[in-house]
Design a protein around this ligand. Structure first.
Ligand code: OAD
Ligand code: ZN
Length: 311
């Protein structure tokens, strides 16, 4: 995507912000690090740099759906560290809310699962949580859904949460006279259990309840339908400015969003680290809280708890 030559400076960014009516804000973990929540890929502080003890070939496997189905304990051993807790938000979340208040926020596409946008007052209708969230959890066996906080205690204690609906069915079945059901018998015929005491335990289907998986999008799972339908079916025609904040843009399909939008829509990148695989029209490199505070100062906008740049 070739750069638009007319935009370069921070003042160009301020002008674009003031004129824009339909802004797409695409966010990643970098907007929450000032709250003490680690991002994923920063070299020494990111979550993935701290997972060597798990012995995975790639730390991203903690969010891999196939690994989760095989052994959910890997994910639940770190889940408590990424659980949203306090009702706080950063100046950058406040900036997104400010754009909403001004009627300029078309959509905030967030990859974050911390749900902190809501703390700042960003409305659900103005947001797509591209990688889901901890707001709900679903049984991997029977699809039973619960509110996310119903499993927070288990997560905090490092336990694997089990499905209460599965558990109830199992308990009810156990009260029925047939008890355990035959899965298969060694000679392929259904036999009464009593006649077959020598047979292997594996011949019986010992029922276990499903594991409750938070509805965050793991690698190998589809993004919510709204991601594609809203982006391609609606926002692509309306957006007049794109602001990408605090994401390394390493994970598809979110990483493809800038390329999907018409090339005459200006794109601004705000982050500590530049990306090499996409060309933005304006790069504002630095702490995102500082950058958005400065943008608002220059625009004459009143941002809640702005950040003063360090000397
Ligand atoms: P990354 O950790 O890959 O990228 C975060 C980016 O934000 C990096 O470029 C940092 O330099 C930058 N950054 C960190 N703190 C910052 C700050 N205070 N100010 C400005 N920039 C800052 O995180 P994401 O791009 O969000 O998916 O990662 C995308 C997805 O990968 C996540 O949603 C997650 C992960 O695997 C799943 O878990 C499914
Ligand atoms: Zn279940």
């Amino acid at each position: 995507r070739p750069k638009l030559p007319q935009y370069n400076s921070i003042d160009d960014a301020v002008k674009l912000l003031k004129e824009a009516k339909n802004i797409i804000v695409l966010t990643g973990a970098g907007i929450s690090t000032s709250l003490g929540i680690p991002d994923f890929r920063s070299k020494d502080t990111g979550l993935y740099s701290k997972l060597a003890h798990l012995g995975l070939s790639d730390p991203q496997e903690v969010f891999d759906i196939h690994v989760f189905r095989e052994d959910p304990s890997i994910f639940f051993s770190i889940a408590k560290d990424i659980l949203p807790t306090e009702k706080k938000f950063s100046p950058t979340h406040g900036f997104i809310k400010l754009l909403q208040d001004q009627g300029k926020l078309l959509t905030n596409y967030t990859q974050n699962i911390d749900n902190i946008e809501a703390n700042a007052g960003v409305l659900a209708e103005n947001m797509v949580q591209c990688h889901g969230s901890f707001a709900t959890a679903t049984c991997v066996k029977c699809d039973f859904k619960v509110a996310g906080d119903a499993i927070f205690n288990d997560i905090k204690e490092g336990k694997i949460p089990e499905c209460s609906a599965c558990r109830q069915r199992i308990d009810e079945d156990a009260l029925k006279p047939q008890g355990l059901k035959r899965k298969r018998s060694s000679n392929g015929n259904q036999k009464d259990r009593k006649d077959d005491e020598s047979s292997d335990e594996d011949d019986y289907d010992i029922p276990t309840p499903g594991v409750m998986k938070p509805d965050i999008t793991f690698f190998g799972e589809d993004l919510p339908d709204e991601f594609g339908s809203r982006l391609v079916g609606h926002d692509r025609q309306l957006a007049d400015l794109v602001i990408v904040i605090g994401t390394s843009l390493k994970v598809a399909p979110v990483a493809e969003v800038p390329g999907v939008l018409p090339r005459d829509v200006p794109q601004i990148y705000i982050s500590r680290t530049p990306v090499s695989h996409t060309d933005f029209d304006i790069d504002l490199l630095g702490d995102c809280d500082v950058v958005v505070s400065e943008l608002c100062r220059r625009a004459g906008w009143n941002l809640q708890h702005p950040m003063i740049p360090p000397d």
